[in-house]
Design a protein around this ligand. Structure first.
Ligand SMILES: [Zn+2]
Ligand SMILES: [Zn+2]
Length: 203
């Protein structure tokens, strides 16, 4: 950006910032970038969220170096579907997509899903070894719809896959209420699945 004709260079008042505080867009002794932050957050060094550095550190120190075969659950914010999210100024990023990209490289195109081989995306799993880029068709093919014998039941159980049923049974550390919320079925459906009254044929 060209400097104002009448204004000589002035150093931004933020320590270690050598940008020009006389540029268009600059004010209050700050360069344009620091003035913008001051304007938004009341602090030239302010940021909206404190969590991104924290999530970034967890991604580097924990997720990308994780060697376990079990699900690694995102310990931060989750969205209404249960997926981990990374807060950002514009809109939240889905944590499993970000970690899939960091671990396996950029998605081949924007439409691909960060698919979970464990099917536990809704429980917030971000284990890089459970994640792979898949097209929507590939992702669907991996899901075997079950419960046709119960199609149209009041529990809406036909929405669950065999893997969902296994997750509900095996993850006893997750309460029935939480499972009901994650899979969008009634709490009673969860009890029935856990007791084997429903889908007893699925090991
Ligand atoms: Zn500055
Ligand atoms: Zn997993």
């Amino acid at each position: 950006m060209p400097r104002r004709k009448d204004a000589p260079y002035a150093k931004c008042s933020v320590k270690n910032c050598a940008r020009d505080a006389n540029k268009p867009g600059a004010a209050r002794g700050f360069c344009p970038a620091h003035y913008r932050r001051w304007n938004l957050y009341g602090d030239p060094l302010g940021t909206k969220q404190k969590s991104p550095p924290q999530t970034e550190q967890w991604i580097c120190d924990v997720a990308l170096t994780y060697l376990g075969d079990d699900c690694l659950i995102w310990p931060f914010q989750r969205n209404v579907h249960g997926y981990g999210v990374i807060a950002s100024e514009r809109r939240p990023h889905i944590a499993s997509r970000v970690i899939c990209e960091r671990a396996h490289g950029a998605p081949p195109d924007k439409a691909v899903h960060a698919a979970h081989s464990c099917n536990n995306g809704r429980l917030g799993c971000v284990n890089p070894r459970h994640l792979a880029w898949k097209t929507a068709a590939e992702n669907e093919r991996d899901k075997v719809a079950v419960g046709r014998d119960n199609a149209g039941s009041r529990h809406g159980m036909s929405k669950l896959t065999e893997d969902d049923v296994r997750t509900i049974r095996n993850r006893k550390d997750v309460s029935a209420e939480e499972m009901a919320f994650r899979f969008n079925v009634s709490k009673w459906a969860i009890f029935d699945i856990r007791s084997g009254r429903r889908w007893g044929h699925i090991a």
